[in-house]
Design a protein. Structure first.
Length: 399
């Protein structure tokens, strides 16, 4: 609640009039001071009355690619029973303020407002909450309250079709590509027995020691697996226009394109960030080691594409620490590293992964000069943007 300049002036006048009236025994001044003070009190009471509003909002759709249309539909219902509501309301949509007319809204009635959500930039656009402002008739007091929750609209990077998809260094034994990570070749771990498991997989020695049946869990190590490492360090993308690093936006588009192509071919794929993200919609981080999320169930089911929408540049993290984790864990057999012009100096760290990953491809975006051929013994794709990367990607032969 805030008192306007008019209200402050009237309140000061009330104090002065009451003081002068008592000091000099002028009943007229006392009457004027009491009236001014009563006006401020009544204004506070009127502004403090909380209207009963029910706010519902729906985004159509709530996940779009950059540049595609998205509409937010806002419904405001007067849940009060006695009086109509005439309010000043605004809705927050990213950095914009959208006026919402709430005029003479009768009890039980509702009003609906639709407006476009800006999708010209990749990111998570928070929409809401509705902010309702109440004023008294004299404009002495103003009070603002929030109604409803904030709903995010996920603006994904553009996806460019890729014809070629890495199939890894090995194939499954029957000659086809299989996305199921579990098989019957290499021992991986032990787990509790569940109904339907084959008894020949029971590990009797461990079962006798722990007192319950334990079975062997095997994996098929010949299955291909793609690892996408996105360099989200600020030093890797130094060039910015209006605060936006176009090289990083292009790298996000390339990552989304590779993820989508891998999912289309039913290939396991892992998305990693060089620098861990904070609590900005990107789940599960470990500082200095990046993050990972496998595209199980599709890239559009609140997974990697949402993380690409929420990822931002940060000053933390080093490429050396991310490479150390990749070398230690050996998360796949095909590694795709996407960086900017500032990351070319660190390609030597990536080149050291040649023994752990049979195929290593580096995409460099926004560089003024092309990367020297065979830098660090890698396949380097220099691209101006995501569309150029897709065209160059289909020409890569070293998988």
């Amino acid at each position: 609640m805030g008192i306007t300049a008019r209200g402050i002036g009237l309140l000061v006048a009330a104090v002065l009039l009451l003081g002068a009236g008592f000091r000099f025994a002028y009943p007229e001044l006392l009457l004027l001071g009491a009236a001014a003070g009563a006006a401020v009190v009544i204004a506070v009471v009127i502004a403090a009355q909380r209207p009963r509003l029910v706010v519902r909002r729906q985004a159509d759709p709530d996940r779009v690619a950059r540049g595609e249309p998205a509409t937010m539909t806002l419904t405001v219902r007067n849940a009060g029973r006695l009086r109509a509501a005439s309010l000043l309301a605004t809705d927050r949509c990213g950095d914009r303020v959208v006026p919402v007319p709430v005029l003479r809204l009768r009890p039980g009635a509702d009003t609906t407002v639709s407006y476009d959500v800006p999708t010209s930039r990749r990111g998570v656009v928070p929409v809401g909450p509705l902010r309702v402002t109440r004023r008294d008739p004299l404009g002495l007091v103003v009070l603002a309250r929030s109604y409803g929750d904030s709903v995010p609209v996920w603006v994904h990077p553009r996806i460019h079709p890729l014809s070629a998809v890495p199939t890894g260094a090995g194939r499954s034994l029957d000659g086809r590509i299989d996305a199921v990570p579990h098989g019957s070749i290499t021992f991986d771990s032990l787990r509790e027995y569940v109904v339907g498991d084959e008894l020949r997989r029971v590990h009797w020695r461990t079962s006798a020691r722990v007192g319950e049946l334990m079975v062997r869990e095997n994996v098929d190590t010949s299955l291909p697996r793609i690892v996408v490492l996105l360099d989200n360090r600020a030093v890797a993308h130094p060039d910015r226009v209006d605060g936006v690093a176009e090289s990083f936006e292009s790298a996000c588009e390339a990552a989304a394109s590779v993820l989508t192509a891998a999912f289309r071919e039913d290939l396991p794929v892992v998305l990693l960030f060089v620098a861990a993200q904070g609590a900005s919609g990107v789940p599960g981080e470990s500082p200095g080691q990046g993050e990972s999320a496998e595209s199980a169930g599709g890239v559009d089911s609140g997974g990697p594409l949402d993380r690409l929408a929420a990822v931002s540049l940060t000053g933390a993290g080093t490429l050396a620490s991310a490479v150390a984790r990749l070398r230690r864990d050996r998360l796949g057999d095909t590694l795709v590293v996407l960086t900017g012009p500032g990351g070319r100096e660190d390609l030597g760290h990536v080149g050291a992964l040649g023994g752990a990953y049979r195929s290593v491809v580096v995409g460099v975006f926004g560089a003024v000069e092309p990367t020297p051929p065979g830098a660090a013994g890698l396949v380097v794709v220099d691209s101006a943007d995501g569309a150029a990367f897709a065209a160059e990607w289909d020409g890569v032969r070293r998988w």
